[in-house]
Design a protein around this ligand. Structure first.
Ligand code: IFM
Length: 471
């Protein structure tokens, strides 16, 4: 998966007959996406697709508990069945392969693979072994996330991410998984979006476990990042051939006016969304501006923690969805000022591809040790319907094209970006929004579990076929 952004123009096919590839998705001839070593894949996460929450010894997770509380998830939805992927995984991999997708990013359900005493659960482990072996047989590059939010409930009962001990339990879990799965994983990501785990889970309570306290959020973040830092050397020792990294969601904040106060507000927005995670990982310190925003919330940090957290990474996974327009709140912070007349998705999120490019090029300037990047999630929700066996997801096609163009621009500006994963392979359990919001490039009818490839996926497949034919 090696890449050299400076060599992009050397490997792009020089002559592409104008118009021969005309469709609403295919990237232009000079796009870095035509490079055959630019990995194009799709992503999912365990709780969002697997279902089978009580099967084969799986323990309860914080999302089983949270989604069972009335009012926490839209329409009272839970992940109990989801896409029934635990039983339908073979057909789902066939579908992934038939689309020509070259990479698959999945996550492991921690409560499925070990019990409260740390004893491995063979049946759970075997599920992931079968899955990963099949992906390898198909020649699909595997990105495996160890923690995509489904913390075992027994750990939450002892404080969850507020308890430093959870970080050590996570390292034990990483040890087990990398001993068991070594050789089938191309890239390990320790955590998915620690911002969401810490802030939505412990800061505002919109996600499991549903606690709401800024001080909790900063302490949970520290323990999450510590868990990451403790796991990386374990993964390196057990599975030296794979890449090790972490996945961060990033947010673009733009000022509502030219005033110094609004500029400062936009800066603070990005500190809270991006630097809070990236500074400790890449600079070994928390941004002090964070504690201007949330005075008195400095986490308890022990000697050596920041060195553990900032050990070198092989890659950084970036998830990007939208921008937020902000103004000063008149005190130390920012407030959202939604723009009128802009394009939005089913989530209400603004479609703003430039934000992805601008953040990536900004990170390159800010972090001199920025590792190679994979866009580990990008996509959008729409209220997709199946009509005569087809799903015409026009907005998604345009969304993907524009965001891939932003990635291409960032590559051309010198950012080392090696791949892109669509979020998501299929419609799934969208956390607090349940099944109403559809992010998949494949439609799922939850009453029959029928999968229908959307037009977006057909066009991605067409592009990948064309690219392969030229290689
Ligand atoms: O569905 C989520 C995913 O689990 C994490 N990143 C954002 C996606 C869309 O909200």
């Amino acid at each position: 998966m090696a890449n050299d952004a400076s060599a992009v123009s050397d490997v792009i096919s020089p002559v592409v007959p104008k118009g021969s590839l005309a469709d609403p998705f295919t990237p232009p001839a000079d796009s870095a996406l035509w490079r055959k070593n630019f990995l194009l894949g799709a992503a999912t996460a365990s709780y969002q697709i697997e279902g089978a929450v009580d099967e084969d010894g799986r323990l309860s997770s914080i999302w089983d508990t949270f989604s069972a509380i009335p009012g926490k998830v839209l329409a009272g939805d839970t992940g109990a069945v989801a896409c029934d992927h635990y039983h339908r995984w073979e057909a789902d991999i066939e579908m992934l392969a038939s689309l020509g997708l070259e990479g698959y990013r999945l996550s492991i359900a921690w409560p499925r693979v070990m019990d409260a005493a740390g004893v491995p659960n063979r049946k759970g482990l075997d599920f992931y072994k079968r899955l990963l072996n099949r992906l390898k047989e198909k020649g699909i590059t595997t990105f495996v996330t160890l923690y995509h939010w489904d913390l075992p409930q027994h750990l939450e009962d002892r404080g969850g991410w507020l308890n430093r001990d959870t970080a050590y339990r996570f390292a034990d879990y990483a040890d087990l998984m990398s001993r068991e799965l070594a050789g089938t994983v191309d890239a390990w990501a320790t955590l998915n979006e620690p911002w969401c785990s810490a802030y939505l889970g412990y800061g505002n309570g919109h996600h499991a476990p549903g606690l709401a306290n800024d001080r909790f959020a900063t302490q949970a973040m520290h323990h999450l990042l510590l868990a990451h830092g403790l796991a990386v050397p374990v993964l390196r020792a057990n599975d030296p051939a794979s890449q090790k990294g972490i996945v961060a969601n990033i947010g673009r904040g733009t000022p509502n006016s030219d005033s110094a106060a609004d500029q400062r507000a936009a800066h603070l927005f990005e500190v809270q969304h991006n630097a809070w995670i990236l500074d400790p990982l890449l600079k070994g310190s928390y941004p002090q501006d964070l504690f201007e925003l949330w005075p008195g919330t400095e986490p308890l940090v022990l000697d050596g923690d920041m060195e553990t957290i900032s050990a070198p990474l092989d890659f950084l996974g970036i998830n990007y969805y939208f921008r937020t327009n902000v103004a000063s709140d008149g005190a130390h912070g920012f407030r959202d000022v939604p723009l009128e007349g802009v394009e939005r998705t089913q989530m209400g999120w603004e479609v703003y591809p430039d934000g992805l490019r601008d953040l990536l090029t900004g990170f390159k300037k800010t972090y001199h040790n920025l590792p190679p990047i994979y866009i580990t999630e990008n996509g959008m929700a729409s209220d997709d319907q199946v009509t005569d066996g087809h799903v015409d997801d026009t907005q998604r096609i345009s969304f993907l094209k524009r965001h891939l163009a932003a990635v291409d621009q960032a590559i051309k500006a010198g950012v080392d970006i090696r791949g892109y994963f669509l979020w998501s392979l299929m419609d799934n359990f969208e956390w607090a929004f349940g099944y109403e919001r559809r992010f998949g490039v494949v439609h799922v009818d939850y009453s029959t579990q029928k999968r229908t490839v959307k037009h977006s996926a057909e066009l991605v497949a067409k592009f990948l076929k064309e690219r392969k034919a030229r290689a």
